[in-house]
Ligand binder design. Structure first.
Ligand code: C2E
Ligand code: CA
Ligand code: CA
Ligand code: CA
Length: 279
């Protein structure tokens, strides 16, 4: 058994070193990603289930590193959070997304809401409302066209501070949504105290919506809970017409997912939106 333990240890050690080295390489490359213009945003549309109209887009970060190639956000965002790099990167995301919406409006698209993902690290910065205000002022984006997505865990942490921050952000006029809703346990009493506008139902509840009765019950409960709290619901990860149909019958407000469109680079999303607008 002792021998086995040692062998197991030897088997794992190189893997762990490999992982640590990869993390270090990502962090070093990420430090220079902004100045080297390696970051871009892709955009994924959100559709109103009642009217079929496109109401807005979610901005999703993409990184093509000179040294490492394409690195998925699920891999580099946790490291950006650990190192604090998420603060300047997150600021860049908000500014770039805001500028893009203003440019699209100037190019003739109807006003669209742009949703950006906000890290817990950013959410804890007391000057966040001032930064958001500065971005709106600099870019000229109307506050009501910016939506900030918080994860459910962000808002659970230090509840009183989170409540105060959502109030301060809403006072700026931006919209707030709780992302990945349903993956954490949050009390209804607490949810009610947050100043938020929307719940985004986590895509893990949407994938098997056509056949899974538990998921159907959960999604139905979330939609009715949101309705009674005066919140809108967004379903993410909608991939099939059956899912769309089910959500629509439940009274879910907005759908987002591959069925409508994959996230696309800005020029491609512009063309997609233009053709959808029927012009
Ligand atoms: P998220 O906020 O939950 O974003 C939705 C993710 O689901 C995106 O992955 C999107 O490409 C993917 N997706 C959209 N529709 C479908 C679908 O129909 N089926 C499936 N299977 N997937 C779908 P992505 O772009 O890889 O982003 C992963 C996560 O990285 C995001 O999850 C978000 O938590 C984080 N992230 C992305 N951009 C940013 C950012 O600018 N700042 C921060 N802090 N986090 C970000
Ligand atoms: Ca999101
Ligand atoms: Ca999500
Ligand atoms: Ca999710």
């Amino acid at each position: 058994a002792k021998q086995e333990g040692r062998n197991t240890f030897r088997l794992f050690e190189p893997k762990m070193q490999e992982r640590a080295a990869r993390h270090l390489a990502i962090e070093n490359a990420l430090r220079r990603a902004l100045e080297r213009n390696e970051l871009t945003l892709h955009y994924q549309p959100q559709q109103c289930l009642k009217s079929g109209r496109i109401l807005g887009v979610e901005a999703l970060l993409r990184w093509k590193s000179a040294e490492l190639g394409d690195v998925p956000p699920a891999e580099f965002i946790p490291l950006a959070e650990e190192s604090g790099l998420i603060v300047p990167i997150g600021e860049w995301v908000m500014r770039t997304a805001a500028r893009q919406m203003v440019a699209w409006m100037a190019a003739g698209l109807p006003p669209l809401v742009v949703a950006v993902n906000l890290s817990m690290v950013q959410f804890r910065q007391s000057n966040l409302p001032a930064r958001v205000g500065a971005i709106l002022a600099d870019t000229g984006l109307p506050a009501g066209l910016l939506e900030i997505e918080l994860t459910e865990s962000v808002s659970m942490n230090q509840p009183e501070a989170a409540i105060a921050m959502t109030r301060a952000l809403q006072a700026c006029g931006v919209m707030l949504s709780v992302d990945d809703f349903g993956t954490c346990y949050s009390s209804l009493a607490y949810l009610k105290r947050l100043s938020i506008d929307k719940l985004k139902i986590d895509r893990s509840f949407i994938g098997e919506l056509d056949t899974d009765h538990d998921d159907q019950a959960i999604v139905s409960a979330i939609v009715s809970l949101a309705g009674s709290l005066g919140l809108q619901t967004v379903a993410e990860g909608v991939e099939s017409p059956g899912q769309l149909d089910f959500l629509s019958r439940l009274g879910c407000d907005i759908a987002q997912g591959y069925l409508i469109s994959r996230p696309l680079a800005a020029p491609d999303m512009f063309r997609w939106l233009k053709s959808r607008a029927g012009s």
